[in-house]
Every structure is written in structure tokens, then in C-alpha cells.
Design a protein. Structure first.
Length: 134
């Protein structure tokens, strides 16, 4: 793992959260998109070298269930990896449970895979690899 790619924050309403974080961070979201594979809407903010991802569910998804159970707040921490498939193999060999057998297309032009929080000390970990445009 090379670096923290972003911190994901679960929100009920993406527009309200965008407004709040624009005021808090002093900058506008640089990207908002729907992620079909997860049934969520995301917005990304850049603060120096760091990124914050706001994630709102569209009903019946993991984010909506998370908010219903725990409320809004930090949802996951994402790490940038150079080879997501190799990292998935490595983590499985180390005894971690992955939430998918193959990477999925995620937000912000990334391949993603989540690691179950029961095997990471209660933290939902996301692996991210930039999708090559070549």
C-alpha cells in the first residue's frame, strides 16, 4: 500500500453534505458521480494532498444501512495500491476477508475492493487502483 487514497464519510443527503463541507473546507467538490456498482452517489474534495469522499446511499445499499445503524460519519479509509489483484491475493493469504472476489469499478476512476472490518479491527478498508486509460 502506497498511501491513504481518501477517507470516506457516509452522509444522508449529498447536496446538504456538499454545502456543509464546502463551508468547512473552503473549497468546492471537484467531482460528483453515481457509482452504479455500489448504488451510491459520491462527491470528492481535495484538501492539500488529501481527499475526502462523501458517500450517500440511494436506498437498499450498504451506506444507507450503515447510516441507519450508526448514523452519519466516517465510513472507510481507502489505500492506494499499485496492483489491486496482487494486493487482494496477499491480503487473503494473510487471513483477511475480502468483500468481493474481483475488483469493482468504483468512484473517481478507480478499481476498488473492500476488506471486511471484522478482520481489520473494526475498520472498513478500501483498496484503490487507478484505472489505466491506455
Amino acid at each position: 500500500m502506497r498511501k491513504i487514497e481518501h477517507i470516506g464519510i457516509a452522509v444522508k443527503n449529498i447536496n446538504d453534505a456538499n454545502h456543509l463541507y464546502e463551508k468547512l473546507l473552503g473549497t468546492k467538490a471537484y467531482k460528483q458521480e453515481i457509482v452504479e456498482s455500489e448504488n451510491v452517489t459520491t462527491s470528492f474534495f481535495r484538501v492539500g494532498p488529501n481527499k475526502i469522499e462523501l458517500v450517500a446511499g440511494q436506498g437498499g445499499d450498504a451506506i444507507s444501512k450503515f447510516i441507519e445503524k450508526r448514523g452519519e460519519g466516517i465510513h472507510h479509509i481507502a489505500f492506494d495500491v499499485p496492483d489491486i489483484k496482487a494486493e487482494m491475493v496477499r491480503l487473503k493469504a494473510e487471513g483477511f476477508t475480502l468483500l468481493s472476489d474481483e475488483p469493482k469499478k468504483g468512484a473517481d476512476n478507480k478499481w476498488v475492493c473492500f476488506v471486511h472490518p471484522k478482520t481489520t479491527g473494526g475498520v472498513l478498508v478500501e483498496l484503490c487502483q487507478e484505472i489505466s486509460t491506455t
